[in-house]
Design a binder for this molecule. Sequence first.
Ligand SMILES: [Zn+2]
Length: 391
Amino acid sequence: MTERLYYTDSYLREFQARVVERSADGQTVYLDRSAFYPTSGGQPFDLGSIGGVAVVEVVDEDDRIAHRLAAPLAAENEVSAQVDWARRFDHMQQHSGQHLLSAVFEELFGLRTVSFHLGAESATIDLEGGPVDTQTLQKAECRANDLIFENRPLDVRFEDAREAQGLRKASEREGTLRIVSIVGLDRSACGGTHVRGTGEIGVILLRRLEKIRQSVRVEFVCGARAVKRARADFEALTKVSQIFSAALDEVPAMVAAQVDAAKAGEKARRKLELELAAYRGKELYQTAEPGPDGVRRVTQRLDRGNLEDLRAVAQNFTALPMSVFLATLEDPPSVLLAASADSGLDAGKLLKAALTEAGGRGGSNARIAQGSMPEVSALEKVTRALRLPTA
Ligand SMILES: [Zn+2]
């Protein structure tokens, strides 16, 4: 059985221990006592070193703690070990921050915390028992920070499960419970590592709110993470504000105005495009010589681009009497055919027949049709099949 030194002293960073067992490869070791926290209750494992070898994972195996190492540990019995303090203290700030925040949500809004996850960048709690909106978050954030400024003591006590009273969440464990309290606010059964007073949490920032089935997930950052996050937010916002040459607080209004302006610009561009297509269609019609049958034929060839761009021109051209419009595109190989109602031609049928012969596909209605083919070599074949002069 491993004596868990972090149970009574979260601030212990260095300790001596005896190796009681090691795996055959020497990369998993068990000690008689350990300050290394194993992943449990939402809090990730500690890093550090044992006998000078890096610890890569710490696993809770009920009575014992398994320490997985980056390399085999030399065959010695007494070892000195160090806990990566920056990582541990960060976890302490987030975990104590979670107890505080959960207590505040319960106290102010009767919202129960049903789960906790401590990630690499931020932590989350899932709440149940009522709606949560941005105002709820703002009030909880404000109250939690007030309690941080009060620097309320946190303490750890061991109590018999049958006698433990006033726990925020009933524990299913039997025997001795480890109870972490925030004086005058919260009592929770917890095996995690915590700071001595709420002041050490530093500050708490609530961030994203996400609906997950019947609960609501609240993202938060405490202490140094909050500072790091606020710095990243500031830098991102500063970049945006420089683009708009605006003060930070004016950025949201500036962005909204720009989006509106871009939408209006796009609408105006589309309108002009259609107007231009109408002029081009008429112009092409006027310059096209009618054939012996009185039909005006025109062919437009594009190397690359989009036949859609010519669709409006084709429609405007064939809106005029006795007219046929053909457009070809090399990349990707495709074709567009339009015919006026009085031309006697069915664009859809004609194109479909020509395409089928060339291994392509497409079609549409009698007035305008579009299709594509697998290779550019088929394009000439289709054009010939449509028997149109190459204008
Ligand atoms: Zn806890």
